[in-house]
Design a protein around this ligand. Structure first.
Ligand SMILES: Cc1cc2nc3c(=O)[nH]c(=O)nc-3n(C[C@H](O)[C@H](O)[C@H](O)COP(=O)(O)O)c2cc1C
Length: 190
């Protein structure tokens, strides 16, 4: 557990999202882990529950799927978002991109200015840096308020299910987590 977690964070409602539909998604696990460190109420979102037709401007003419509205409502009801992105062929997974496309067409302010901790993880040495770079550029254009970001490379070597085992990476992770928690507190106070 994060050493400086205090009672103030207990009431916070954190939406944790893993950007993958894999049954054993490392990113869902990582997002959940990070959100739990904050000490508030965590809703862990499963992208499998947001399966929609592949977005097209033609399908859009028939209206938006209820699930796209539901995704937006979950964001609206949260105090902050922890999201860990999986990388497929250098970018978002198809499932995540599809949800983002649908939900951002309802209203471009998809992330609704909620404080966001942006994470990525991969089994490889780069920690899904490409999708991280894409999101750092794109999310702010969709109402994303990215407070801090962190990529975890070689997930299976550096994470044992309970903690980040590499000292240097763990230090860096808790630095960004602290920054995120401070921002949550500030946005509640204002
Ligand atoms: C179709 C496909 C493409 C992938 N492309 C990349 C890639 O571009 N970069 C990368 O680091 N890993 C890539 N991977 C490996 C994923 O990082 C790995 O499967 C990881 O576990 C995905 O995250 P998840 O477990 O949260 O789904 C790819 C995997 C698949 C199935």
């Amino acid at each position: 557990m994060f050493p400086e977690t205090d009672t103030m964070t207990k009431n916070y409602h954190i939406l944790a999202i893993g950007g993958s539909t894999s049954q054993h998604s490392i990113n869902r696990a990582f997002a959940h882990f990070a959100a739990r460190q904050i000490g508030g109420n965590v809703t862990l979102l499963d992208l499998n529950e947001f399966e929609m037709p592949i977005f097209s401007v033609d399908r859009e003419k028939q209206g938006y799927p209820e699930l796209a509205y539901k995704f937006r409502t979950l964001i609206e009801q949260s105090d902050g978002i922890v999201i860990s992105l999986a990388e497929h062929n250098g970018s978002y997974t198809a499932a995540f991109k599809n949800i983002m496309d649908w939900a951002s067409r309802i209203n471009r302010n998809l992330w609704q200015d909620k404080p966001m901790l942006l994470l990525s993880a991969s089994p490889g040495a780069r920690g899904a840096q490409n999708v991280m770079t894409a999101a750092l550029d794109r999310f702010p254009r969709l109402g994303g308020n990215i407070i801090a970001h962190f990529s975890l490379p070689k997930f299976h070597e550096h994470f044992d299910g309970i903690s980040i085992t590499d000292t240097h990476l763990a230090e860096r992770f808790y630095e960004v987590l602290e920054k995120f928690i401070k921002s949550l507190k500030n946005s509640r106070a204002s």
